[in-house]
Design a protein around this ligand. Sequence first.
Ligand SMILES: C[S@@+](CC[C@H](N)C(=O)[O-])C[C@H]1O[C@@H](n2cnc3c(N)ncnc32)[C@H](O)[C@@H]1O
Length: 374
Amino acid sequence: MTSAKQTFGVTGDYGDRCGRHGIISLEILKPEILDAVDTMPLRSQDQVFTIGDYGAADGSATMPLIRDIIERVRKRQGELPVQVVYEDQAANDFNTLFKRVHGLIPVPRTYLQDFKDVYVTASGASFFEAVVPPASADVILSFHAAHYLSKPVTKFQDSIHRYPNATPQESRLVAAQAAEDWETFLLHRAKELRSGGILVVGLAADDSQNQVTGIRHWAQQPEEDMLNMWRRMRDDGKITQEEFVNTNMDRCTKYLDECTAPFKGSKPAVTKHGLQLESAKLVREPCLARLAWRKRLDEDGVDDRETWAKTIGEHHRCWASWNFIRALSDQRSSDEKEALVDELFSRIEKKVADTHPDDYMSDHLITFIVARKV
Ligand SMILES: C[S@@+](CC[C@H](N)C(=O)[O-])C[C@H]1O[C@@H](n2cnc3c(N)ncnc32)[C@H](O)[C@@H]1O
């Protein structure tokens, strides 16, 4: 069941399949995030230090980072009470989030085991709306989420989103909606942050110039494989052309200049509301499955391509399957829809298993942004 507003859904095993990739990416970004936290103004002891995690899913990706932020805050500011606000779409699996935060699911280790006087709440408002009251947040985090659009704007005839094969007209529509949504997202955060507060965002990226990192798109090869295998299933008569065209990911993996645009120009609304860009850059995160394959090969001499391919399939199925399932005709039973998505990912896994891991572009490309309320 999805809400009318929902443009994206993940499966229940999110933390085990996808969240652990988020942890790795945040390990790379952590020193910079903690440095920014260290330069925030001190709060008085009768205040509460509020950390938001927007588009949190089950909260697993940010758990170790939030632990380290609290540690830094307590080091500088003593026993200041801390509030953590998790935000996601109302249809999100908040039950799993609470189980992780309160330790019923013990991985990753919850920061509640390490600190007293930390209060956890959650919000089902969209991040395109106000989530917390004005001037009440100190740190707002949002990872792998703010590239989702507030609503669908087009049906891609031969692609599943802008990359790789949207038509110029489809690209224009998506870019325009993404620009409007991104500015809305930033304006709300500008109002929510207290003076000196920071916004840290990591978004799935597209490096259209292919200059900075040698990788063009977030999870480039798995995403191309999803599109190509879905095309083949259409050509093999497994799904209809109508179902193929109905398969759309309502997201825009933005270019770096699209991400920085709201902060630039003669009268940027975002800057007028006090939010200033501190840094914006593209970061390449290594594919966990390839790292594990390489470790096994180096340490045990085992070239375990099967596990490698399976891990790639499971990871991308976890976040992407919702988009394929919802595109399939209502004439089909749920079992039939699941079987078609099973077939899609088993075709992908087979292709992956036949490719050398070093030749498969499965690293992630993200845009990392730090902004501060002045
Ligand atoms: C790929 S998951 C990322 C989860 C986690 N932040 C991480 O880094 O692993 C994207 C999350 O964004 C959420 N999301 C998408 N659109 C949203 C919106 N408009 N408001 C709030 N959350 C949204 C989805 O529900 C999903 O949980």
